[in-house]
Ligand binder design. Structure first.
Ligand code: SF4
Length: 371
């Protein structure tokens, strides 16, 4: 296949210890992984596995499932066994489900200490069970469910309060010699969230799961997550990410992957370099860019395709890309690796680009297989 080498990562990664979420390494220089969470009732095993399959197809590497009832806990073993990607059980309120999830063979368990009554008393048993099964724990602190003691101490969910809560819980596990931990300190405000993770990153070497919680509908949530993750990953902070959107979970995965590709933390795949269009455009750039994007969706090889509205920047950008078009006068000049290979009428631009992209992809795959 095509080599998976990150191109120009934006920053040196923070040195963190490594944990293993099933087959996916998190921290310790492992590639930043993308997670999401199912929206089905976990007890509905068929629907949950179906959604996990869709998430897997969209590139999700780790999936989390909620576990609010005994029926959900009972479903975990089958889901964990049949899922193609590691399953993390998400537990609030009930320590007994933590044990159930570990027994069920989940790849990890997320606990929210602020939401688990008498959690502190149970840590010893949880640490023992998790250790016996090699199950890592995510300590998932959330602004909305901060420990009451800390809420009183700090007045609200400040970065310091979130970090103190997380490190306190981690220290309880450490007392039992358990360090198979990753941590999140989520807040819906990217500024608080970024400051919390920066503080946390200085104070421990646990791998960090990044998330802006309740980030909102797709547009707002995408921007909040991209800005916050960008601010952290550009300092090397973050080992796995979850974009939270009030939208289907596969959308979260697409956004997460795009964020990592944009930061050079992951091999870029299809990248459309299209101009915003302006008064000089001689073609409907939006439509053309959408059609080319749709036509090339699912392409597995790194490919930069330029779609330009006119000849001002058009030929320059089209030449820089693997493939491109510069439009003008009802025609499109098609470029491959900097050379104009043909000029086609506007109506043939999309199909010609797709054809040429396929040829390049085949060539890249052959080269990859040969190397
Ligand atoms: Fe405008 Fe041409 Fe630049 Fe597109 S490439 S933004 S149409 S000048």
């Amino acid at each position: 296949g095509v080599p998976e080498v990150p191109i120009r990562p934006i920053a040196e990664r923070r040195v963190s210890r490594q944990i293993q979420v099933g087959p996916v390494a998190v921290g310790g220089g492992a590639p930043v992984s993308v997670q999401s969470m199912t929206t089905t009732r976990t007890s509905d095993i068929g629907a949950t596995l179906q959604q996990i399959a869709e998430l897997t197809a969209s590139g999700c590497q780790i999936v989390r499932v909620a576990c609010p009832t005994q029926d959900d806990a009972d479903a975990l073993a089958t889901i964990a066994r049949k899922s193609q990607i590691p399953v993390i059980a998400d537990i609030h309120f009930q320590p007994k489900y933590v044990f159930a999830a570990i027994e069920a063979g989940c790849a990890a368990v997320r606990v929210n200490p602020g939401n688990i009554k008498q959690f502190d008393d149970k840590v010893k048993e949880i640490a023992r069970a998790a250790k016996d099964h090699g199950t890592p724990i995510r300590i998932g602190v959330n602004a909305g469910s901060l420990d009451r003691r800390l809420l009183q101490k700090y007045g609200k969910a400040t970065p310091e309060a979130l970090v103190e809560s997380a490190l306190w819980e981690a220290s309880l596990f450490e007392e039992h010699d358990f360090r198979d931990i990753k941590i999140s300190v989520k807040h819906n405000d990217p500024v608080v969230m970024v400051n919390a993770y920066r503080l946390l990153a200085e104070q421990c070497d646990y791998p960090l799961h990044l998330g802006v919680t309740e980030a909102g509908p797709a547009f707002q949530g995408t921007i909040k997550s991209a800005v916050a993750f960008g601010a952290l990953l550009s300092r090397g902070i973050g080992d796995t990410i979850r974009v939270s959107l009030s939208a289907p979970p596969a959308e979260e995965v697409k956004v997460g992957i795009q964020i990592l590709e944009s930061l050079g933390l992951r091999q870029r795949r299809l990248e459309i370099v299209s101009c915003p269009s302006c008064g000089r455009a001689q073609v409907d750039v939006y439509k053309l860019a959408d059609e080319v994007t749709a036509g090339l969706e699912g392409m597995e090889v790194p490919l930069r395709v330029a779609v330009m509205g006119c000849v001002v920047n058009g030929p320059g950008e089209a030449r820089e890309a693997d493939l491109g078009v510069a439009s003008g006068n009802g025609k499109g000049q098609i470029f491959v690796k900097g050379e104009v290979i043909k000029t086609v009428p506007e109506s043939k631009i999309v199909e010609t680009l797709i054809e040429e992209a396929m040829k390049i992809a085949e060539q890249l795959e052959q080269d990859g297989a040969a190397s």
